[in-house]
Write a protein that binds this ligand. Structure first.
Ligand SMILES: *[C@@H]1O[C@H](CO)[C@@H](O)[C@H](O)[C@H]1NC(C)=O
Ligand SMILES: *[C@@H]1O[C@H](CO)[C@@H](O)[C@H](O)[C@H]1NC(C)=O
Ligand SMILES: *[C@@H]1O[C@H](CO)[C@@H](O)[C@H](O)[C@H]1NC(C)=O
Ligand SMILES: *[C@@H]1O[C@H](CO)[C@@H](O)[C@H](O)[C@H]1NC(C)=O
Ligand SMILES: *[C@@H]1O[C@H](CO)[C@@H](O)[C@H](O)[C@H]1NC(C)=O
Length: 453
């Protein structure tokens, strides 16, 4: 009896577990659907009384934005529309009336990178002609532009010769830190907006952000990206940790600039250089997060990172077709390895963190959004040759833009907020919020965004 039960369970499991054949599109799509279904078990924001776009603890707000970005791509890669409604509802809700992803519930702890990951969901939706949720409010393109505008306001020339700080508001400790991912998100968004709209202003900003990233030393001559540095010391005391997603976010921006400039050799060199530099994130052609996986310290936020490198490696081949041959075999071997980890949990579709192990090795009880998302990203990225390149305003794009978006409701300019941080400031965040509400009530004049001034 016991033996036959075990046999039955074994058969059941082997039938249900993900079987990934990368040369069979139906098999890839099914694996993606199973992995995505597992992610969506964590999300209840579409239910009455719940908040669209929020994930429960322990997931921060940014990761939900990243998840909806992954779902926009999921729809585009697979044609499966089942989560389109909840995706557009969530993006729309969190974008708010201004479209800039500065919802009152989040702004107290919001970083420029957090805002950036939500804006990527909107930018991808514009580039893929993702259907719009019915109702009033800014369209996908307008959301990306609104986010861009709020970030361009925050560009801080007073410290480190430029750059965005990590945190938006003074009372958060990260306000004193300039990090690569925040600037990389801004760069990526500017470059894609340049390509989508053809507006040179965005391209000028992308150039400016890239140049600053080099000047400040966040990227080396070999295209390795450090995490960032404190504003104290003028951004010279680097945190040298290298994360996959920093390389990825700059890679796609460089590829978009390559495309926008119609093949400028400097952007080709940068695109190629970054791809080469990502070799450090592969072990036998399988992607891994070298800063935390080998030592077992990957935090909730860090678990999805390598999925973004996969997302942007694949997307870069549409902007810079020469990149395809440089990335595809690595994406495929990583996807195969990731797929082999997705046999856990009751649904037999729960993946584990270390793709290099090539099998399910356990993970957080009930699965983890970040781990699943990374597996989804790398597996669906292998379909990149089968989908259309991103549209532009001139060529098929249906999303309505608003180059002046993000100005309502008025946001305080960074200079109004620059004060020394004390422990009292942080403890008194609620008080500062009251102060901020006062500032917000004044009409802050729209600043003309001209990177040459
Ligand atoms: C999505 O929403 C539209 C309009 O609200 C509705 O007609 C459609 O049936 C929904 N689709 C799904 C898959 O829920
Ligand atoms: C803000 O949070 C409250 C409490 O969770 C919720 O009721 C409200 O809908 C949220 N607002 C937005 C815009 O998300
Ligand atoms: C601060 O760093 C920037 C960027 O590296 C540099 O251009 C500037 O000269 C530095 N300022 C000082 C005072 O060292
Ligand atoms: C720009 O992207 C389009 C769409 O993928 C592609 O057809 C074109 O060749 C790219 N331009 C360059 C210079 O590679
Ligand atoms: C180009 O973008 C800038 C910055 O957002 C904006 O001020 C300008 O109006 C845009 N130009 C056009 C023609 O849309």
């Amino acid at each position: 009896m016991k033996i036959s039960w075990n046999l039955l369970l074994f058969l059941l499991n082997s039938v249900q577990a993900i079987e990934l054949d990368l040369d069979d599109t139906a098999s890839v799509k099914k694996a993606c659907r199973d992995i995505a279904s597992n992610i969506l078990r964590h999300y209840t924001g579409y239910k009455p009384g719940d908040v669209p776009g929020n994930l429960p603890d322990p997931y921060y707000w940014w990761e939900a934005g990243a998840m909806f970005g992954a779902l926009v791509d999921y729809w585009f890669y697979t044609g499966d529309t089942q989560w389109n409604n909840i995706t557009s509802q969530a993006i729309r809700w969190q974008a708010g009336d201004s479209g800039s992803f500065m919802p009152a519930n989040q702004t107290r702890t919001e970083g420029n990178d957090d805002q950036g990951f939500w804006a990527f969901a909107a930018m991808a939706a514009a580039e893929r002609n993702f259907p719009m949720h019915r109702g009033e409010g800014p369209d996908w393109l307008a959301m990306a532009q609104a986010t861009f505008n709020t970030q361009a306001w925050r560009w801080d020339n007073e410290n480190c010769g430029g750059g965005l700080r990590w945190q938006i508001f003074t009372w958060n400790a990260g306000y004193m830190y300039k990090n690569t991912i925040s600037n990389g998100c801004f760069f990526n968004l500017a470059a894609r907006l340049a390509r989508y709209t053809g507006n040179q202003t965005y391209a000028d900003w992308a150039e400016r952000i890239w140049d600053w990233t080099e000047d400040v030393g966040f990227v080396t001559n070999d295209y390795l990206f450090f995490d960032g540095a404190s504003v104290d010391g003028n951004c010279t005391k680097y945190d040298h940790v290298q994360w996959t997603y920093n390389a990825g976010v700059y890679l796609l921006g460089a590829a978009a600039m390559y495309n926008f400039t119609d093949g400028d050799p400097i952007w080709k060199q940068r695109t190629e250089g970054i791809i080469k530099s990502t070799n450090i994130f592969f072990n036998n052609d399988v992607m891994y997060e070298r800063a935390c996986e080998p030592v077992g310290t990957c935090k909730v936020d860090q678990r999805p990172f390598k999925g973004f490198l996969a997302r942007w490696m694949a997307a870069s081949t549409q902007f810079a077709p020469f990149a395809y041959d440089l990335v595809i075999s690595k994406l495929r071997s990583s996807a195969l390895a990731a797929g082999k980890t997705c046999t856990g949990g009751r649904d037999r579709a729960e993946c584990s963190l270390k793709w290099t192990e090539q099998k399910y090795t356990g993970g957080p009880e009930g699965g983890d959004v970040g781990i699943q998302m990374a597996a989804l990203e790398v597996i669906q990225s292998t379909l990149i040759k089968k989908v259309e390149p991103p549209v532009t305003q001139e060529d098929g794009g249906r999303s309505k833009g608003d180059p002046a978006g993000g100005s309502e409701p008025p946001l305080p300019t960074p200079s109004l907020l620059v004060r020394d941080i004390t422990a009292g400031d942080r403890a008194g965040a609620a008080l500062v919020t009251v102060f901020l509400a006062g500032v917000m009530a004044w009409s802050v004049k729209w600043v003309v965004l001209d990177p040459t001034t």
